[in-house]
Design a protein around this ligand. Structure first.
Ligand SMILES: *Cc1c(COP(=O)(O)O)cnc(C)c1O
Length: 396
């Protein structure tokens, strides 16, 4: 090719390639929509007619069982949303007020908020260029230089606070280097809690994400791969820890035929049966969603193959991603800025969006401890998510 590509040509190239996948239709294409049919209506009606619409009744158990079977988790505890699930997960993992918790800066704000609800302080770590997950090698060096072990715990030399846990996140459904995270946690004595909110249906070397640490958290918010309107879950291998989480999620009430005795400050975090009924119906569809999303991603990968200046993100080696949100990464010094691409695509009725503003740039988290975050900051200026709904696989 001769001469530099102009911004105009580059945008036209990207738009035409997205259109080869979505079809020529000019109707608005959303980023990601939930898919329901009569089955959701049927199970919701059954739930309403049973009168057990709150947290007691068969649907909560059925959804928990379906998730356990699908993920291979030993125990599953449903919660009202992913954020409450994260909060509870951190609590049962031993995070105490005044602790620090290592989390990526490149994540949804809920990860940091949950740390704050637990009375702890987010401590931001760097992500890697390929799949945006925690950069294990850099974190390992950083911890070696900035922390010290004392009495079986790890302390931040700078702040004097205990660092209790690491919460990696599987960004857009691409598994993070979770074995690397396990290694770091073991070496430094940290609890591993996975934010797997985006990665239901994603496997790392044949094992489902969210099952590698003390516990892992899922979300069923309206924009996730399956939805219960709002909802979340914690995956456990340890039965006692799961029982503790379930107890705390239901106001820590001691089971008794009539007495109201609560033995801790608990929460009202348990998922209502109405939402769980939706979850049971959605779980039946999940294998089909995963298949459709994989086909959609394959089409995008073909369409973007060989186009200079932009990379379409595919699953990490040895992993199976759910392709929850498809992602383009612009070259660092390419002709097009992220905002130019966002404007052009949205003007063309194709909904796209940027990645989250890194959390260390938000006012309430600006003063939190952090390592060097240059990759995170560079990625913020280069990531664009493109339409990813499962049904789109049938259009092209
Ligand atoms: C969606 C999501 C959550 C949880 O969100 P809820 O809306 O509370 O279910 C947590 N972390 C990440 C990374 C998410 O994407």
């Amino acid at each position: 090719m001769s001469g530099p590509i102009t911004s105009h040509t580059m945008i036209a190239n990207i738009l035409s390639r997205i259109r080869t996948v979505l079809g020529p239709c000019n109707e608005f294409t959303p980023l990601h929509i939930p898919i329901f049919d009569n089955r959701e209506v049927e199970l919701l009606s059954e739930c309403v007619e049973s009168n057990f619409v709150s947290s007691v009744g068969p649907f909560v158990d059925r959804f928990e069982k379906a998730l356990a079977v699908f993920t291979g988790a030993n125990r599953v505890v449903l919660c009202v949303n992913g954020t409450s699930a994260l909060h509870l997960a951190l609590r049962v993992a031993g995070v105490a007020p005044g602790d620090e918790v290592l989390i990526p800066s490149l994540t949804f704000v809920a990860t940091a908020n949950a740390v704050s609800y637990a009375g702890a302080v987010p401590h931001f770590v760097e992500c890697e260029e390929g799949h945006f997950g925690v950069d294990v090698a850099k974190v390992e060096i950083y911890l070696t230089e900035h922390t010290e072990p004392r009495g079986g715990d790890l302390y931040n030399r700078g702040t004097g606070r205990r660092i209790k846990a690491l919460v990696p996140m599987h960004v857009f459904g691409h598994p993070v280097d979770i074995e690397g995270c396990q290694r770091v946690c073991k070496r430094f004595g940290l609890a591993l809690v996975e934010d797997a909110a985006e990665s239901l249906g994603s496997w790392y070397h044949g094992r489902h994400t969210g099952t590698f640490g003390v516990c892992g958290v899922l979300s069923f918010n309206g924009n996730k791969i399956i939805t219960t309107g709002g909802g979340g879950a914690i995956l456990f291998s340890d039965e006692e820890l799961a029982a503790r989480a379930r107890h705390l999620s239901t106001t820590a009430k001691r089971p008794h035929r009539w007495e109201f005795f609560h033995d801790a400050i608990g929460y009202n975090y348990r998922m209502p049966a109405l939402n769980a009924a939706l979850g049971v119906a959605q779980m039946e569809k999940l294998p089909k969603f995963l298949d459709q999303k994989r086909r959609l991603a394959e089409r995008y990968a073909e369409a973007f193959a060989g186009l200079e200046g932009v990379r379409f993100v595919t699953e990490p080696d040895g992993c199976r991603s759910n392709y929850w949100l498809n992602t383009l990464v612009l070259d660092a010094n390419g002709p097009v800025t992220r905002d130019e691409l966002l404007a052009a695509t949205n003007d063309a009725n194709i909904m796209t969006r940027p990645v989250w503003v890194p959390l260390h740039k938000l006012p309430m988290y600006a003063d939190c401890p952090r390592m060097e975050l240059s990759v995170t900051e560079a990625l913020e200026r280069r990531i664009v998510n493109i339409p990813s709904s499962a049904y789109l696989a049938e259009n092209a």
